[in-house]
Write a protein that binds this ligand. Structure first.
Ligand SMILES: [Cu+2]
Length: 164
C-alpha cells in the first residue's frame, strides 16, 4: 500500500471510527445508567416493602413464671418496653400460674380504658392492635407493680435510605 493511499484514507476512517465509538459506548452506557436507576428504584421499593412487612409483624410479650412475686425478675412483662410501628399487634401471654391482667394505665392513675385483657389465667393470651401513635403504659390490676410500656411510632419515622 502506498503512503499516499494511507494518508488519503485516514481522514475518512477517523470520523467512522468516532461514529462507531459513539454508537458502541455512549448508547449502551446511557441504557446502563437508566437500567441502574430502575434497578435501584426497584431495590428500594423491595427494601421498603420488606421493612414494612418486618415491622408489621406481631410482637409477643410474655408474663413469665413468678412475674408478680419473684424479686429477681426485672421484666414482669417481658419485654416490658417495646417500640413498634403503628398498626402492629401485640400479644401478651401468661406463662405464670397466677392470674394477671394487661390493663392500660398505671398504678397511680388507674385504668385509662384504652385496653384491658381482663383476667388472664395460665396460658391465656390477649392481643391488641395499636392503630394510633403514642406511648401506652399498662400494668396488672392485681399486682400494680407489674408494668410495661408500648411505644407506637408513626410510620413516617421508619428510617428510609435516601436517594441512589
Ligand atoms: Cu398480676
Amino acid at each position: 500500500m502506498q503512503i499516499s493511499t494511507v494518508l488519503f484514507t485516514i481522514p475518512l476512517l477517523v470520523p467512522l471510527l468516532f461514529l462507531c465509538l459513539a454508537l458502541t459506548t455512549a448508547m449502551p452506557s446511557h441504557q446502563y445508567l437508566s437500567e441502574m436507576t430502575a434497578h435501584s428504584r426497584e431495590t428500594q421499593q423491595q427494601e421498603r416493602l420488606q421493612l414494612s412487612q418486618q415491622q408489621s409483624t406481631n410482637y409477643n410479650i410474655v408474663i413469665p413464671m413468678g412475674a408478680a412475686w419473684r424479686e429477681v425478675i426485672v421484666n414482669r412483662f417481658d419485654p416490658s418496653n417495646v417500640t413498634i410501628p403503628v398498626g402492629s399487634e401485640v400479644i401478651w401471654s401468661n406463662q405464670d400460674k397466677l392470674s394477671h391482667t394487661v390493663t392500660s394505665g398505671n398504678a397511680s392513675i388507674g385504668a385509662d380504658g384504652k385496653f384491658n385483657s381482663n383476667v388472664l389465667r395460665l396460658q391465656d393470651s390477649f392481643s391488641y392492635t395499636f392503630s394510633q401513635p403514642g406511648r401506652y403504659s399498662y400494668y396488672c390490676i392485681m399486682h400494680p407493680w407489674m408494668n410495661g410500656m408500648v411505644t407506637v411510632s408513626d410510620s413516617d419515622s421508619i428510617p428510609m435510605r435516601s436517594g441512589i
